[in-house]
Design a protein around this ligand. Structure first.
Ligand SMILES: Nc1nc2c(c(=O)[nH]1)N[C@H]1C(S)=C(S)[C@@H](COP(=O)(O)OP(=O)(O)OC[C@H]3O[C@@H](n4cnc5c(=O)[nH]c(N)nc54)[C@H](O)[C@@H]3O)O[C@H]1N2
Ligand SMILES: Nc1nc2c(c(=O)[nH]1)N[C@H]1C(S)=C(S)[C@@H](COP(=O)(O)OP(=O)(O)OC[C@H]3O[C@@H](n4cnc5c(=O)[nH]c(N)nc54)[C@H](O)[C@@H]3O)O[C@H]1N2
Ligand SMILES: [Mo]
Length: 724
């Protein structure tokens, strides 16, 4: 048979959304290429091209299984689909009858972000029809930014097109490491072009990253979680030297005076000077003042913020402060500037998906979070707990104020034991549950704990549509490339087969292809269904790069910001009205727990951060040799900290705190500042008989706490390191 080339994409929760050209012969994938056309290309990375090894991996789950040994031991026995589905439906009905549907906790996560099969849609719909379920609120990735963007600008659509970077004169990459952690396909390309044009690029990061090394003219190291202090001190310099854009502040913002009073110390007696920020952040006062002057006087300038500095305790303050600075420098709504807001663009969401219905249990939550958990809800409108509290809620239930006692955990497209904080607490919670059901492609650390394990096909074995990570101007149709391997099925097919067993009629309404046609036909940015399938990469070509808030700035009367005041809210009355401690209505620096000044630092003096690796998509690809062999998994540690502990390059070391311990190798490098250590997140958690993680999963160490505005603080954690 001749080779067929199917043009498709990945649908993982990766910052890219790229073109895969899948060569198929006799129903088998022979190789995978990527976009070779005109620039800007949608070029896939090493992970995208390693999909062939992932699809054919010897450890792919191909048959339904039930647990054979102790829970978590990883021993399973093959069963038929009928037995598997009957058991799952039986357990769901039993729990609903005995305890009510809220005792079912649905953890549908981000392993598949495609429009139809992804984003846990099928099961949200199914479980709503079933009678409801408990779930989570708070987006792990960017809840800090989402909070700040919502309350400052009133919207999440606050990003500029990457092409607009060519119009900048200064680009500040605040935590952005586009070379590893993808952040829209083509971001590195756009930055390289800007750099070639002579745009100055500066990088603020505790690590000398690949992006800093290849793109930036200056690297400014900073202690994790102290970014708000530095930004606020930059505001101090601008105010003292009269560098702020007064016209912009008067015309488009409210609350600057309140912020200024705080910055100058009128409120608390502490002027937020560069030396004040130096003592907190480790960044020299002269560098802070220099960056402030440069940002205020080089116009236009783009402050691009990563999500990582916001994934810290009080991370929402970092993002609120960055937005205040973007306003003070008048860089909002102008070409070459940046609002430092959530990076969404006004294109490319398929708002018409299958109807999810309503959770009959209604809104219930444990945390006194006012209106916060009305947003960033992962699965509709039912009872929720904050994502970082998932396992605590399972362990402690109603007794600790959580909405329900969980009896059954249902996991789809997620690896919560690995990816949520405090894995040892998570382990205890998994042992306590009555029933655990997991849909997976691999025997992940979480899947090992399943009682029933259902095999799911991959994105190359079904059809779908994807949009970019941050709604960019294109869509990709993903035609099924090969038949499903073994007995694997899609999550959608499983939902369809469970529905009648749960007594639900007319769940499906349409077949997969009918839904895809329906979604295409209901989107005015897409051609007709058959043309879209024939030409699966559908790029919208806007006449010019998009600049967020250009209309609001050009004509503020006709185009108010979608906030209560119609302006950019440096002071937010809505935040003030929530009366949440440590969630101030103006951007402020709030000292984090487990920062360098926490008394706990005497025992655990190093801050650990964990980043998104080029080898993985979160925990996906951790078991795929083609990518794993490219870089050894190790803990980055500065020579000074290593020397103090007698640690040499490549030594076996222990990283520990009061919550857990991991065994890993040391990578001694000047590329990380003293006092901070780093490990890539996503490696599979492998506790040995003493509970020491041999896999190098940072969540054996992290603390299961939430920030007051909902940020997921995985970069706020203290540890100690020793040889051995
Ligand atoms: N290759 C790849 N790309 C991905 C993903 C992936 O798994 N692999 N995942 C995607 C997903 S789900 C997400 S949410 C995004 C995440 O995107 P980001 O949050 O931007 O990514 P990270 O790699 O966690 O962090 C980026 C940089 O921030 C630095 N950093 C960490 N803490 C701090 C801090 O407190 N202050 C400052 N200034 N810098 C800090 C780190 O050293 C790192 O270099 O990436 C997406 N893109
Ligand atoms: N320490 C630390 N922890 C972190 C982070 C960090 O930076 N540091 N980052 C956080 C962030 S930003 C995120 S987004 C989360 C991610 O957390 P998760 O969403 O839980 O993690 P993934 O690793 O993406 O797990 C997805 C799983 O889905 C499976 N899968 C893929 N496709 C399908 C499918 O179609 N159906 C089914 N049923 N399964 C499928 C994959 O095999 C994989 O095991 O992790 C968070 N955790
Ligand atoms: Mo994420």
């Amino acid at each position: 048979m001749p080779t067929k080339v199917i043009e498709t994409s990945c649908s993982y929760d990766c910052g890219g959304r790229c073109v895969l050209k899948v060569h198929v012969e006799d129903g088998t994938i022979r190789r995978i290429e990527t976009d070779g056309g005109e620039e800007p290309q949608l070029r896939a990375c090493l992970r995208g091209r390693a999909n062939r090894q992932r699809v054919y991996a010897p450890d792919r789950l191909l048959y339904p299984m039930k647990r054979a040994g102790e829970r978590g031991e990883g021993r399973f026995e093959r069963i038929s689909w009928d037995e598997a589905l009957d058991t799952v439906a039986g357990k769901l009905l039993e729990v609903k009858d005995k305890y009510g549907p809220g005792a079912c906790y649905f953890y549908g996560a981000s392993g598949n972000m495609a429009t139809f099969h992804g984003y846990r849609r099928a099961f949200t719909r199914l479980l709503n029809m079933f009678g409801g379920f408990t779930s989570r609120w708070g987006i792990a990735s960017f809840e800090g930014l989402s909070f700040a963007s919502r309350y400052t600008y009133g919207t999440m659509t606050a990003g500029n097109s990457r092409e607009d970077l060519m119009n900048s004169r200064l680009i500040i990459l605040w935590g952005i490491n586009s070379a590893d952690a993808r952040f829209r396909t083509g971001t590195s390309y756009a930055l390289i072009r800007a750099r070639e044009k002579g745009v100055r690029i500066v990088c603020v990061d505790p690590r000398f990253t690949e992006a800093a090394a290849t793109l930036a003219e200056a690297w400014l190291p900073i202690r994790p979680g102290t970014d708000a202090a530095v930004l606020i001190a930059m505001a101090y310099v601008m105010i003292e030297e009269g560098l702020q854009d007064r016209h912009f502040l008067d015309t488009y913002t409210i609350g600057f005076e309140r912020f200024r009073d705080y910055v100058l110390g009128a409120e608390d007696g502490t002027p937020k000077t560069p030396s004040w920020a130096e003592s907190i952040s480790g960044m020299p006062a002269s560098a802070i003042a220099g960056l402030a002057r440069e940002y205020a006087t080089t116009k236009p300038a783009a402050l691009l913020v990563a999500w990582s500095p916001g994934r810290t305790a009080f991370g929402e303050q970092f993002h609120r402060a960055a937005m205040a600075l973007a306003a003070m420098t008048g860089n909002i709504g102008v070409p070459g500037g940046s609002a430092a807001g959530h990076d969404g663009l006004p294109w490319g969401t398929l708002s018409q998906t299958m109807p999810l219905g309503e959770n009959p249990l209604g809104r219930q939550t444990a945390e006194p979070r006012g209106e916060l958990n009305r947003y960033s809800r992962v699965d509709g409108n039912g009872p929720t707990v904050h994502v970082a509290k998932t396992f605590e809620a399972i362990l402690e239930g109603r007794g600790a104020g959580y909405p329900h006692d969980t009896r059954l955990l249902y996991v789809i497209a997620g690896n919560p034991l690995n990816q949520l904080p405090n894995a040892n607490k998570s382990l205890a919670a998994l042992k306590k549950l009555e029933t655990i059901i997991v849909h997976e492609q691999f025997l992940t650390p979480t899947a090992r704990f399943a009682d029933i394990l259902l095999p799911v096909n991959t994105h190359l074995e079904r059809s779908d549509i994807v949009t970019p990570f941050l709604t960019g101007p294109y869509y990709i149709f993903m035609d099924q490339a090969i038949p499903s391997r073994g007995e694997s099925r899609s999550d959608w097919d499983i939902a369809c087969a469970l529905a009648p067993r749960l007594g639900i009629d007319n769940f499906a309404e349409r077949s997969e292809s009918e839904w895809l046609k329906y979604l295409t036909d209901n989107n005015s940015q897409l051609p007709d269904y058959e043309s879209f399938r024939r030409n699966p990469v559908h790029k919208l070509t806007p006449s010019q790069p998009h600049v967020a808030f250009a209309d609001q700035i050009a004509d503020p009367k006709a185009h108010p910001f979608p906030t209560p005041s119609g302006k950019i809210e440096i002071y937010s009355q809505r935040i003030a009205d929530m009366h949440i401690p440590q969630l101030p209505p103006i951007p402020q620096y709030v000292e984090a727990w487990e920062g360098p000044r926490d008394p706990l630092a005497q025992r655990y003096p190093l801050q650990i951060i964990s980043t998104h690796s080029k080898l993985r998509v979160n925990s996906i690809f951790s078991n795929i040799p083609w990518v794993a062999e490219l870089e050894h998994h190790a803990l980055w540690i500065n020579p000074r900290d290593a020397g103090d502990r007698g640690i040499a390059q490549g030594d076996s070391i222990r990283v520990f705190n009061g919550r857990g311990e991991m065994a890993v190798k040391a990578r001694v490098t000047e590329r990380i500042m003293p006092g901070v250590v780093h490990i890539a997140q996503g490696a599979w958690f492998q506790p040995d008989e003493n509970g020491v993680d041999q896999g190098g999963c940072p969540n054996v160490l992290t603390r299961d706490e939430m920030s007051p505005g909902g940020a997921f603080p995985d970069n706020t954690c203290l540890v100690e390191v020793k040889k051995g």
